[in-house]
Ligand binder design. Structure first.
Ligand SMILES: Nc1ncnc2c1ncn2[C@@H]1O[C@H](COP(=O)(O)OP(=O)(O)OP(=O)(O)O)[C@@H](O)[C@H]1O
Ligand SMILES: [Mg+2]
Ligand SMILES: [Zn+2]
Length: 150
C-alpha cells in the first residue's frame, strides 16, 4: 500500500516536491492563514527519491496561475496536483515564464519600477534552479527573492 504521510483529502490541491525548507514561504504566497480559512496540512523534510522535500496540502482550493508562478520562484521542482474525489485528477509541474512581471519587487530603491510611475516590475529569468533573475530596467539581480515577492 502506498504510504500517505498525512490524511487524504477529498478535494483540493497538493503542492509536492517543494524545495525542503520552503513550505512556509508557499503558505505565505497562498495567503495562509491571513486571508484563507482552508484546512491545510504541511509535511517538512520528507524523504523522497531526490532527497528531502516539503509538501503542502490545501483542502477545497485550486490555485490560480499567478500563485503558481510565485511558487515556481521559490520551489522550481514543485508539482501541483489537483485532487478530486480523493484521486489526483491533474498534475502540473510549475514552470517559470521567460520574464517575471509584477510579482517581485526590485531591490534597487531608485529603479523606475519602484518610482511613482505606474511601471510594473519586470525581471528576466537567467536561471531556473536555483533561481536567478535580473531586473529588466536596472539590471539588478536580487538575492532574497522569496522576501521580495509582492
Ligand atoms: N487524496 C489525497 N489526499 C492527500 N494527498 C494526496 C491524495 N492523493 C495523492 N496525494 C499526494 O499527492 C502527491 C501526488 O500523488 P501521486 O499519486 O501522483 O504520487 P506520485 O506518483 O509519487 O507523483 P510524483 O511522480 O509527482 O511524485 C503525493 O504527495 C501524494 O501523497
Ligand atoms: Mg512521489
Ligand atoms: Zn530594477
Amino acid at each position: 500500500m502506498k504510504e500517505l504521510k498525512i490524511q487524504p483529502i477529498k478535494n483540493g490541491t497538493v503542492i509536492d516536491h517543494i524545495t525542503a525548507g520552503n513550505a512556509v514561504k508557499v503558505l505565505h504566497i497562498l495567503g495562509i492563514p491571513t486571508s484563507s480559512s482552508s484546512t491545510v496540512s504541511v509535511a517538512m523534510n520528507v524523504n523522497s527519491k531526490y532527497g528531502k522535500k516539503d509538501i503542502v496540502k490545501v483542502e477545497n482550493r485550486e490555485l490560480d496561475p499567478y500563485e503558481v508562478d510565485k511558487i515556481a520562484l521559490i520551489a522550481p521542482k514543485a508539482t501541483i496536483n489537483i485532487i478530486r474525489d480523493y484521486e489526483v485528477a491533474e498534475k502540473h509541474r510549475v514552470k517559470l515564464p521567460e520574464e517575471v512581471i509584477g510579482i517581485v519587487r526590485c531591490s534597487n530603491p531608485t529603479c523606475v519600477s519602484n518610482s511613482r510611475e505606474p511601471v510594473k516590475s519586470r525581471f528576466i529569468v537567467l536561471k531556473k534552479d536555483p533561481i536567478q533573475i535580473k531586473c529588466y530596467y536596472c539590471e539588478r539581480e536580487p538575492e532574497d527573492i522569496a522576501e521580495r515577492i509582492i
